[in-house]
Design a protein around this ligand. Structure first.
Ligand SMILES: Cc1cc2nc3c(=O)[nH]c(=O)nc-3n(C[C@H](O)[C@H](O)[C@H](O)COP(=O)(O)OP(=O)(O)OC[C@H]3O[C@@H](n4cnc5c(N)ncnc54)[C@H](O)[C@@H]3O)c2cc1C
Length: 462
C-alpha cells in the first residue's frame, strides 16, 4: 500500500488518536549488516528488539516493516492486555505435563505486569488501567460455561485471586449490561490504547539505536538474510514476526490462517449513559457466547467493541477491503445495543478490522532454529497483545543463549501442524465460524448450550 501519515490515521480509532506523526520513516536503502534482523515491526518484532537491546546495548538490531511500526494487529486491536493464552490448560498438560501447563499460565499473568512496568519505566502513556476482565453470563448456558471455566482453573491450582465466579448482584454492580445472571472475574488484564503502546515502543527503540526501516517489504527470508527490493540485510539471526500476514511469505501459506476480527468505536458517551454502562474501573468485558466478542471502556469514555464473525478469505488473502465489512459492523452495533440498551442512539465514529493469526492446533509458539538462525513467534489467535511481550523476552533469551524459565515453557519450539490446502482450509474455517454463529443464535433462543458448537470448537482445536 502506498499510504501517507494521514491515511495511516484512518486505519483505526487508535491510529486516529495516537499522538505524533504517522509519516513513514526511511526505507532500507542498500545492503546492510546486523546481529539480528527482524521482519515486522509489530509488538512481536519490537519487544524482541527491546529485550535484546536491554540485554546487550551493543547488539545491532534491524527491523524491516512493510508499512509503519504498529500498522498491523498490534496497533489496532481491542486493547486487552490479558493473561489469556490460546491453548487450554488440559491441552498444554497433554503437550508438556501439568507443571509446564501451569508455568505457562503463570508466565502469562506475570507478562501483563511486565508490559505495565516497561510502559511506566519508558514513559509510554498507553492509558494503562488494570481493571481485570469480566465475562458476563447472560443465559443459563453461559452461566454453565462460567462454572466450568472456574472449575477447570481450580483443578490446576488457580484460586479466587486468579479467577472467581460473580453472583448476579456482583456482576450487575460492575455494569448495567442487560440480562446479567452472573459472570467470571479475573484481575489479570489491563485495558490499554494499543497504538500508543506500539508507537511509543518504536520511539523508545529508535532512541536506543535500533533501526526500524519502514516501507520495506521483506520478499524472502533465508538463513542469515532478509531480501528486500532495496537491499539485503545480513544477520546471524533472522526473526519472522509477521503473525496474520505470515501466509503471504514464500513457504508459509499454510503456517497460520489469517482470520479477521472487526471493531467499532463509539463517540465519547455522555455522563448519564456512562453511568448506566458502568465499568468504572475500566475492566475489559465480554459475555460467554461461542463467537468471541470483546470490549473496553476507553480513557476518553467511549466503548471500543469488537468480535470475530467476518468470513475467512479463500487462499488466506489479506486486503484492506477485508478490514471493513458493513454487515459485520452492523451486527456489532446490534450486539452492543443488546448488551447496553442505553446505547440505542449511540454514534459510531470509527470502524476497522485486521487479521489475527491462528495455528492449526490453536497453540501459539516461539522458537529459534539454531542450525539456520531463523526464529519466529506467533499464532496467538486473538490473545497476542501481552503474549508478544513474553515472545520477545523468550526470543531474546534464545538468541543470546540464556537458559531460563522462559526458554523451558511448553510453547518454546512447539511446531504446530500445517493447515490443509485449499479448498479444504476455506471450507473448514468458514464452516467452523458459521456453526459458532448458529449455535449462539440457537442458545439465545432456547437458553440451552449447543453440543454442535462444542463439537466444532473441539474439532478445530484438536
Ligand atoms: C481487530 C483485532 C483485535 C484484537 N484484539 C486483541 C486484544 O484485545 N487482546 C489481545 O491480546 N490480542 C488482540 N488481538 C491480537 C493481537 O493484536 C495480535 O496477536 C498481536 O498484535 C500480534 O502482534 P505481531 O507483532 O505478532 O503482529 P502484527 O502486529 O500484525 O505485526 C506484523 C507486522 O509485520 C509486517 N509485515 C508483514 N509481512 C511483512 C513483510 N513481508 N515484510 C515486512 N513487514 C511485514 C506487517 O505490516 C505488520 O506491521 C487483536 C487483533 C485484531 C486484528
Amino acid at each position: 500500500m502506498n499510504l501517507n501519515g494521514d491515511e495511516y490515521r484512518r486505519l483505526s480509532f487508535w491510529h486516529d488518536s495516537v499522538p505524533g506523526s504517522l509519516e513513514p520513516a526511511a526505507a532500507l536503502d542498500g545492503d546492510t549488516e546486523a546481529d539480528v534482523a527482524i521482519v515486522g515491526a509489530g509488538l512481536t518484532g519490537m519487544w524482541t528488539a527491546y529485550y535484546l537491546t536491554m540485554a546487550n546495548p551493543e547488539l545491532r538490531v534491524v527491523l524491516c516493516e512493510r508499512e509503519i511500526a504498529g500498522f498491523g494487529a498490534s496497533g489496532r486491536n481491542g486493547g486487552w492486555c490479558s493473561a489469556l493464552f490460546p491453548a487450554s490448560l488440559p491441552k498444554l498438560e497433554r503437550m508438556a505435563g501439568r507443571e509446564s501447563a501451569i508455568a505457562m499460565y503463570r508466565a502469562m499473568q506475570q507478562t501483563v505486569d511486565e508490559v505495565g512496568k516497561v510502559a511506566a519505566d519508558e514513559d509510554i502513556d498507553c492509558h494503562w488501567a488494570k481493571g481485570g476482565t469480566v465475562q458476563f453470563a447472560r443465559s443459563p448456558a453461559q452461566l454453565e460455561r462460567a462454572t466450568e471455566e472456574v472449575h477447570e482453573a481450580r483443578l490446576y491450582g488457580f484460586d479466587d485471586s486468579d479467577l472467581r465466579l460473580l453472583s448476579a448482584a456482583e456482576a450487575q454492580e460492575i455494569s448495567g449490561m442487560s440480562n446479567v445472571l452472573g459472570g467470571v472475574f479475573t484481575p489479570h488484564c489491563a485495558a490499554i490504547h494499543p497504538a500508543r503502546l506500539a508507537r511509543g515502543l518504536a520511539e523508545v527503540l529508535r532512541a536506543k539505536g535500533v533501526l526500524i526501516y519502514e516501507k520495506t517489504e521483506v520478499q524472502r527470508i533465508k538463513p542469515g538474510q532478509l531480501l528486500t527490493a532495496t537491499g539485503i540485510v545480513r544477520a546471524r539471526h533472522v526473526i519472522r514476526a509477521t503473525e496474520g500476514y505470515t501466509a503471504q511469505l514464500a513457504g508459509h501459506q499454510r503456517t497460520v490462517v489469517p482470520v479477521y476480527s472487526l471493531v467499532v468505536a463509539t463517540a465519547p458517551l455522555p455522563d448519564a449513559v456512562l453511568e448506566q454502562v458502568g465499568l468504572a474501573t475500566r475492566p475489559t468485558f465480554n459475555d460467554l457466547r461461542h463467537m468471541i466478542i470483546y470490549g473496553q471502556r476507553t480513557a476518553d469514555g467511549r466503548l471500543v467493541f469488537g468480535g470475530r464473525g467476518a468470513p475467512y478469505h479463500y487462499g488466506s488473502t489479506i486486503q484492506p477491503s477485508h478490514d471493513r465489512v458493513p454487515a459485520v459492523f452492523a451486527a456489532l452495533r446490534k450486539t452492543l445495543t443488546e448488551l447496553f440498551p442505553a446505547l440505542q442512539d449511540v454514534v459510531i465514529t470509527h470502524t476497522w478490522g485486521g487479521p489475527i493469526g491462528i495455528a492449526r492446533d490453536w497453540c501459539a509458539s516461539v522458537g529459534l532454529d539454531r542450525r539456520t538462525g531463523i526464529g519466529w513467534a506467533g499464532g496467538y489467535v486473538g490473545d497476542g497483545l501481552s503474549t508478544t511481550n513474553l515472545a520477545g523476552r523468550t526470543l531474546a533469551h534464545l538468541i543470546t543463549g540464556t537458559d531460563s524459565e522462559l526458554t523451558r515453557l511448553p510453547w518454546v519450539g512447539h511446531q504446530s501442524p500445517r493447515w490443509a490446502p485449499e479448498p479444504f482450509r476455506w471450507l473448514g474455517v468458514n464452516t467452523g465460524l458459521r456453526v459458532m454463529t448458529w449455535a449462539d443464535r440457537s442458545e439465545a433462543r432456547t437458553g440451552r448450550s449447543s453440543r454442535a458448537a462444542a463439537a466444532v470448537s473441539s474439532f478445530l482445536r484438536s
